[in-house]
Ligand binder design. Sequence first.
Ligand SMILES: [Zn+2]
Length: 256
Amino acid sequence: MHVKYLPMRWKCGDNYCYILSDDKSNKSWIIDPAFPNDIEDYLTNENKTDITAIVNTHHHNDHSGGNKFLNSKLFNNLPVIAGKDSPCVSYTPSDGEVIQLGNNVEITAIHTPCHTQDSICYYAVDKETGQKCVFTGDTLFTSGCGRFFEGNGKEMMDSLFKLMKLPDDTIVYPGHEYTAGNVKFSSSVLGKDNKALNDLDKFCKSHEFTTGEFTISDEKKFNPFMRLNDPEVLKSTGLEDPVQVMDKLRIMKNQF
Ligand SMILES: [Zn+2]
């Protein structure tokens, strides 16, 4: 399988659209195509007829805002796979449901309510090559997580636990390029001796785009929201109960 990331709103924002393709059949999903003007050239020049579904990680406009335009102007009524609150949604997969893409790619829907109640992460495996990746929307960012707009710390903890159970070599594709800012906060919480975080800091300083460069294994090392038992996190939050730690981390990040 192959993943193409398309930065959107890059001058004034930081959104990613993704095209996930099965190499054998060349069939693809387009994930979170919120700003059609920014991706239309690519889609027009890259054989858009191979796209078989529009997919959203959650209903926020900067992820789902392109559904209607794409389906009326560029595509012909493709299925819209998303949570219940996305515009034009035609199918909402249940938690754990597996959907086939082309010949070799199997995609599992993972419900991760908290940032929004309709947040879904999509875990893709190529059965032939063994490649694995997950599209995490605004639930998991590189060394961070989304704000709790429609949920609480318990829900984010449970959602991130689901992602932590994925194979360690699963590549992470988040919904935004927030890594540089996240690293500053993570360093303030995890201290100066976290080697994985220090390496991430160096990587950020020489790369504008960090999506697709890190795995679930990396996140477990440098993401404080996945390290609720880390002594440095307990020290920084002054708490021990993991749910309370999660809530406190989010408040600290919001105020950072
Ligand atoms: Zn969002």
